[in-house]
Design a protein around this ligand. Structure first.
Ligand SMILES: [Zn+2]
Ligand SMILES: [Zn+2]
Length: 281
């Protein structure tokens, strides 16, 4: 693994590829949905993705945007759709205009304000919604959903032949469920957990936990718009997630130290559900 290739993390059919370290670099791709959460400084593993979902404008999450747009143009890829908190739209447009002036070249791209709760299409059965987060600058998180066909409850006891027969007669046997697969918080205080209800029941919650021990207090974390592990722990039993993946952990902690702290602090029945997004030692 290298910074340019990203780390891979998987759970069932969900695959994530990326890198995250507080204040340095955060960008995670979900290849199946053709989406990337944040772009960091612009890295090779993001290049084939068409949908860019920016959580906020801090440089370790968003400074690579002009570079990614430029690289995609150079490789002849389709111009990306870039979603961001509405307040970020004017400065980001301005920044692109400045880069276009610097390079004496105009680029193709589509910028969109991500309205909270509205569904935006991704590849195939996937779509996403933005949800509120709480940081020092305008910010949102994103959930990727999958549309799934499911047999309606009342037909579940029927034999296969009966179902075939009903289908042949034009009966609508399926529900269309919207399953929240992956929620990605970007940088946020713990309050994002009080917002959109689907975040708490996402199969996978990828959340920032910048500080994890007593060297930094909860107040320190809050002041900088971040979450402390000790704020997440009392909220775990409100969550219906299969996995919680921790990102944006401060570089002050080695991964070994993070493991020790989790071993010590996470309640027994949550230990197998909380994972660290792969990071360098
Ligand atoms: Zn950050
Ligand atoms: Zn930030």
């Amino acid at each position: 693994m290298s910074l340019s290739a990203g780390y891979t993390w998987t759970h069932k059919n969900i695959r994530l590829l990326g890198y995250s370290m507080a204040g340095i670099t955060t960008s995670i791709v979900m290849p199946e949905a053709d989406a990337v959460f944040d772009v960091a400084q612009g890295l090779p593993y993001q290049m084939n993705v068409s949908n860019i979902l920016l959580t906020h404008g801090h440089m370790d999450h968003a400074s690579g945007l002009p570079y990614v747009i430029g690289q995609k143009a150079m490789q002849g890829q389709t111009p990306p759709d870039v979603y961001m908190p509405p307040a970020l739209l004017p400065p980001m447009r301005e920044m692109m205009r400045i880069w276009e002036r610097v390079e004496d070249h105009s680029y193709q791209y589509r910028f969109h304000a991500a309205e909270e709760g509205r569904a935006y299409p991704l590849k195939g059965p996937y779509f996403f919604k933005a949800f509120p987060t709480s940081h020092r600058v305008p910010s949102v998180g994103y959930t990727v959903f999958e549309r799934k066909k499911r047999l309606k409850e009342e037909y579940k006891t029927l034999a296969r032949e009966e179902l075939i027969d009903l289908r042949r007669r034009g009966e609508e046997l399926d529900d269309h469920a919207e399953v929240p697969l992956v929620s990605f918080t970007g940088d946020t205080r713990v309050e994002f957990l009080d917002g959109a209800p689907w975040v708490r029941r996402s199969q996978v919650l990828v959340t920032e936990v910048t500080f994890i021990d007593s060297a930094k207090t909860i107040e320190n974390a809050r002041e900088w718009g971040h979450m402390h592990l000790e704020e997440l722990l009392p909220r775990l039993d409100d969550l219906k997630c299969e996995k919680i993946v921790l990102i944006h952990i401060s570089a002050r902690y080695t991964t070994k130290r993070v493991r020790e702290i989790l071993e010590d602090r996470v309640p027994e029945h949550w230990k197998t559900k909380i994972e660290i997004f792969p990071r360098p030692v």
